[in-house]
Design a protein around this ligand. Structure first.
Ligand SMILES: *[C@@H]1O[C@H](CO)[C@@H](O)[C@H](O)[C@H]1NC(C)=O
Ligand SMILES: *[C@@H]1O[C@H](CO)[C@@H](O)[C@H](O)[C@H]1NC(C)=O
Ligand SMILES: *[C@@H]1O[C@H](CO)[C@@H](O)[C@H](O)[C@H]1NC(C)=O
Ligand SMILES: *[C@@H]1O[C@H](CO)[C@@H](O)[C@H](O)[C@H]1NC(C)=O
Ligand SMILES: *[C@@H]1O[C@H](CO)[C@@H](O)[C@H](O)[C@H]1NC(C)=O
Ligand SMILES: *[C@@H]1O[C@H](CO)[C@@H](O)[C@H](O)[C@H]1NC(C)=O
Ligand SMILES: *[C@@H]1O[C@H](CO)[C@@H](O)[C@H](O)[C@H]1NC(C)=O
Ligand SMILES: *[C@@H]1O[C@H](CO)[C@@H](O)[C@H](O)[C@H]1NC(C)=O
Length: 470
């Protein structure tokens, strides 16, 4: 997998020969992640209009969709495109393939579309099998080299990491990378990023940190709302006023520990969900608007504020995400990170220019789920699925019933829940029964969007549906 000494030599030589790529000053302008995992989203053309209305100055996409890149032509929006995870292994060992990828996906648009970042894979360490991890840095080098071959110098190569690349993040000064990846993957990556003056792209979600320990982390501290709560790192004496800064500085100290104190950080994703499932807390419009407005204000401040360990540093960023995406798998929050509904309507007023004083925004609906829901919940067929594809619903039912013990006895012919014979009722029974058995083991109430949580007991007569008690 590793490049041989000869190709390293070529790489260094070509760097020396090329004009310095220090580039223009990076700005703190805030962008948006334009994810497309929905079956009800506006066209690329309409989406670009909406991105302009939001006053986003950058956009990041998770592929190199030619229709989106065409829609972004002749705008002053900086663009970040992505090499898909699936081809990293092949690219890592095949320069021709890397050259072809750049030639096909970037070159035709480069002239009119301000493509400035080329991200190689997405959260590779967190979401792919180990062989892909080892392909990551070699693939980044090959992509960089392909850009050079095409005479493209304005595009930085990076890769977004989730915070789980860190083994320790508390206190921030104790930040360090996971020992299994630190030597073989992170160190060569930092070498590459430092040498090419690129960025460490990171996905930073105070929401996920808070939600894992809501009793020990103050919500206001996670939302940049706390006036009186501070945390002072005992090793550095640096004082923190919000969780976001703490997380970023943990990354700073982890890089510093490996000998790279100066690699710039780029916020590849940050955001807060505006909704979620009943068993999820803190996901609501009030918190999402508060977090996103505050983070925009911080990131676009002039002069830049940086973090306690890097005061004054610019933090370029992309908010996650443009839309609520109804086809993202996982818990409900995953489908509720949008600034906009699929209709294009704002979920709450916000713009990313940073020029709107917070006091100019109208009041928000009060948050109703900042403390855990207490009571029973069931998992039933979602409203949209009731009139949807019966084949899919039947397949989900049969999957749910095939798991666990006696999951579906009551809906078998003659069973207590077998009448009236309705696919929707039987599927709801199976989903509730499955979820009651498997929630503790990580099982979800989702079934590809066919299922949804409810506090309303679907039981009838002698037919009792299994429930989960929170
Ligand atoms: C990677 O390369 C192998 C061998 O050339 C090929 O069979 C495979 O389809 C390629 N994989 C992808 C995802 O392109
Ligand atoms: C490298 O990729 C090129 C272009 O896709 C392909 O033609 C070639 O067979 C690949 N080489 C190897 C060794 O897989
Ligand atoms: C610092 O990080 C190490 C792991 O790298 C961890 O074992 C230790 O508990 C952390 N220290 C504190 C004070 O949390
Ligand atoms: C990182 O890059 C800087 C500037 O090019 C250089 O001075 C420094 O030696 C590099 N650091 C490492 C550890 O390679
Ligand atoms: C911070 O202020 C809030 C509201 O004024 C108060 O409820 C809370 O107890 C204070 N917390 C601390 C740690 O002083
Ligand atoms: C920012 O957005 C708000 C609410 O959507 C709007 O009222 C305001 O005019 C916008 N400000 C700018 C500078 O566009
Ligand atoms: C229902 O879903 C199945 C499996 O995904 C698909 O093959 C079939 O075409 C769909 N039927 C309709 C009417 O959409
Ligand atoms: C099914 O029952 C067996 C025996 O009681 C038990 O060992 C197993 O863990 C059960 N499986 C599930 C998924 O509950």
């Amino acid at each position: 997998m590793e490049v041989g000494p000869f190709s390293v030599f070529i790489l260094c030589l070509s760097l020396l020969l090329s004009p310095a790529i220090t580039g223009a000053e990076i700005s703190g302008k805030v962008g948006v992640n334009y994810g497309g995992l929905g079956n009800n989203l506006p066209s690329p053309k309409r989406s670009v209009e909406l991105i302009k209305t939001l006053k986003a100055k950058r956009v990041k996409i998770y592929n190199a969709d030619p229709e989106i890149l065409t829609a972004l032509r002749n705008t002053n929006i900086q663009v970040s495109i992505m090499v898909p995870n699936e081809i990293l292994i092949n690219i890592s060992t095949n320069q021709t393939l890397a050259d072809e990828w750049v030639h096909t996906n970037l070159v035709p648009f480069y002239h009119d579309t301000m493509i400035r970042y080329l991200l190689v894979g997405n959260e590779i360490i967190s979401s792919t099998a180990k062989p892909v991890w080892y392909a990551l840095v070699p693939a980044m080098r090959k992509i960089k080299s392909a850009l050079r071959t095409h005479g493209i110098r304005k595009v930085k190569v990076g890769t977004p990491s989730a915070m789980d690349v860190l083994q320790s993040s508390f206190p921030p000064s104790n930040g360090s990378f996971r020992s299994d990846i630190s030597g073989p993957i992170i160190k060569p990556m930092l070498q590459f990023l430092n040498r090419t003056k690129s960025f460490f792209f990171v996905d930073v979600y105070p929401y996920f940190s808070w939600v894992s320990e809501p009793n020990s982390i103050n919500l206001d501290y996670a939302l940049f709302q706390s006036r009186n709560i501070t945390y002072t790192d005992p090793n550095t004496g640096l004082t923190y006023t919000n969780l976001f800064d703490q997380m970023l500085d943990a990354l700073h100290f982890a890089m510093k520990r490996l000998g790279f104190p100066d690699i710039r950080i780029f916020i590849a994703e940050t955001g807060w969900p505006n909704g979620g499932d009943i068993d999820q807390i803190g996901a609501n419009i009030y918190n999402a608007a508060t977090y996103n407005r505050n983070v925009v204000k911080k990131l676009s401040a002039k002069p830049p504020v940086g973090t306690p360990a890097r005061p004054g540093s610019v933090l370029p960023s992309f908010i996650f995400a443009l839309y609520n995406e109804n086809q993202k798998p996982g818990p409900g929050t995953e489908r509720h990170f949008g600034l906009l509904y699929p209709s294009g309507k704002n979920i709450y007023p916000i713009n990313l220019s940073g020029e709107t004083p917070l006091s100019d925004y109208p009041p928000l609906p009060a948050p109703e789920n900042n403390t855990p829901y207490k009571g029973k919940i069931w998992c039933v067929v979602a409203k949209e699925a009731m009139r949807g594809n019966k084949t899919e619903l039947a397949a989900a039912l049969s999957y749910a019933c095939s798991q666990g013990n006696k999951t579906c006895d009551a809906i078998q012919p003659g069973g207590i829940c077998s009448r009236p014979d309705s696919l929707v009722r039987r599927a709801s029974y199976a989903f509730s029964s499955y979820w009651a058995q498997f929630k503790k083991l990580g099982g979800g109430c989702y079934f590809n969007g066919l299922a949804v949580q409810t506090t309303k007991d679907p039981s009838y007569g002698y037919c009792k549906y299994a429930s989960v008690t929170l």
